[in-house]
Design a protein around this ligand. Structure first.
Ligand SMILES: NC(=O)c1ccc[n+]([C@@H]2O[C@H](COP(=O)([O-])OP(=O)(O)OC[C@H]3O[C@@H](n4cnc5c(N)ncnc54)[C@H](OP(=O)(O)O)[C@@H]3O)[C@@H](O)[C@H]2O)c1
Length: 303
C-alpha cells in the first residue's frame, strides 16, 4: 500500500505523517516541497509514484484573511483540489480529503447530516465547498471527512491561543453562542488510519462520499476555554501558571470580526460511527487528551 500526503507540516498533516509513516510506505510533502497549486509538479509526483491513496491535508485555512484573499483561498481549496481529484481519477488512486463544518450556514436547529444542503456564509466555507464539489464531480474514488474546530500541537489554534493568553492576562472574553465540537488531530488521524486499513484489507466498504468527523456532543468556545484553563491549573508539575481571574462569555455579535461564522457547527457523526470499530469519544475526553499534549510542549504558542 503506497500513500502520498500533501500539506505535511500543517496541524493535521504533521500528525498524519507521524502516525501513517509508522504503518505505511508514505511520501509526505510540505508546502515548501510541493505546492498543490503547481499542477505540473503534483502531476509529476503522482504519475511517478502511482500511489494507491492520496491524502490531502493541504488547505488555505485562515478564515479571516480569506475574506481579503479570496483568489488564494479558491486557488488552493477549490482549483488545486479539482486538479488533484482529476489526477487521482486518471491513476485510479483513492483521494482522502478534509473539509469543514463551515460549508453550512449554521441556521439549522439540530446537528448537520451529510445530506443537508450546504450554504456557506464566508469565503473560506465556499472555497472548501468548491473543493468538495470538484472531487465529487471528478469521478475519482474518494472519502471526504468534514471536520470541525481542529486542535493539534502544531500551528495556531484556539486552544493554544487561549492557553497562551491565560498566562498573560487577568480577563478574557470568549464567544459562547457558536455551538460545535472540537476535534483533535489525533482523532482525525485515528479515523483516517482505520479507513486506510479497511480499504487495504477489504474489510468495511467505504462508499465514495462525505463523512462527518468530530468528537461526540457539543460545546461552545467559552466552555472550551474555561474547561482547558481549569484543567491546566490543576496539573501541578507544569510550567503553566494562569493569571486569569475572569473569563467573560459574549455573543458573536459583540465580537469584532469581518467574517461571518455559523452559529451551529454541530455535525451528525452517525454515518461515520457505523464504519468504525471504536466509539468516537466525547468532546471533553478528546479535548483534554490534546490539551495535555499541548501543555507538554516547551512553547505553547508559535505565531
Ligand atoms: N483548523 C480548523 O479548525 C479546521 C476546521 C475544519 C476543517 N479543517 C480542515 O482540515 C484540514 C487540515 O486543517 P489544519 O488545521 O491542519 O490546517 P493548517 O494547520 O492550516 O494546515 C494546512 C497546511 O496546508 C499547507 N498549504 C497551504 N497552501 C498550500 C499549497 N498551496 N500547497 C501545499 N500546501 C499548502 C499549509 O502550509 P503553510 O502553513 O506554509 O501555508 C499548512 O501546512 C483542512 O482541509 C481544513 O480545511 C480545519
Amino acid at each position: 500500500m503506497k500513500l502520498v500526503l500533501f500539506g505535511s507540516k500543517g496541524q493535521l498533516g504533521t500528525e498524519l505523517k507521524t502516525q501513517l509513516s509508522k504503518l505505511y510506505d508514505i511520501q509526505a510533502y510540505s508546502r515548501d516541497e510541493v505546492d498543490i497549486t503547481n499542477e505540473s509538479s503534483v502531476k509529476h509526483i503522482l504519475y511517478t509514484l502511482k500511489p494507491n491513496i492520496v491524502i490531502n491535508a493541504a488547505a488555505y485555512t485562515n478564515v479571516e484573511q480569506s475574506e481579503q484573499e479570496k483568489s488564494s483561498a479558491v486557488k488552493i481549496n477549490t482549483d488545486a483540489v479539482c486538479h488533484l481529484a482529476s489526477i487521482c481519477e486518471q491513476i485510479d488512486a483513492l483521494l482522502i480529503h478534509y473539509s469543514t463544518d463551515y460549508v453550512f450556514d449554521g441556521n439549522k436547529p439540530s446537528d448537520y447530516l451529510e445530506t443537508d444542503q450546504p450554504n456557506p456564509i464566508n469565503v473560506y466555507g465556499s472555497s472548501k465547498l468548491g473543493g468538495e464539489n470538484a472531487i465529487q464531480a471528478s469521478g475519482c474514488r474518494h472519502i471526504i471527512f468534514r471536520t470541525s474546530w481542529v486542535i493539534g500541537r502544531q500551528g495556531k489554534n484556539f486552544a493554544k491561543i487561549i492557553l497562551n493568553l491565560a498566562q498573560e492576562k487577568e480577563a478574557l472574553t470568549v464567544i459562547n453562542d457558536q455551538l460545535g465540537a472540537p476535534t483533535s488531530v489525533k482523532l482525525i488521524s485515528k479515523v483516517t488510519i482505520e479507513a486506510v486499513h479497511s480499504i487495504q484489507h477489504n474489510n468495511t466498504p467505504w462508499e465514495n462520499g462525505i463523512y462527518h468527523l468530530s468528537s461526540k456532543g457539543s460545546t461552545n468556545w467559552h466552555e472550551m476555554a474555561t474547561t482547558m484553563i481549569a484543567h491546566a491549573s490543576k496539573i501541578s508539575d507544569l510550567k503553566f501558571k494562569t493569571s486569569i481571574k475572569n473569563i467573560k462569555a459574549i455573543n458573536t455579535e459583540d465580537y469584532p470580526s469581518k467574517v461571518k461564522r455559523p452559529l451551529n457547527s454541530r455535525l451528525n457523526i452517525n454515518k461515520l460511527q457505523a464504519k468504525l470499530s471504536f466509539e468516537l469519544p466525547d468532546w471533553r475526553e478528546d479535548f483534554i487528551c490534546i490539551i495535555n499534549d499541548i501543555l507538554k510542549e516547551e512553547t505553547i504558542y508559535e505565531a
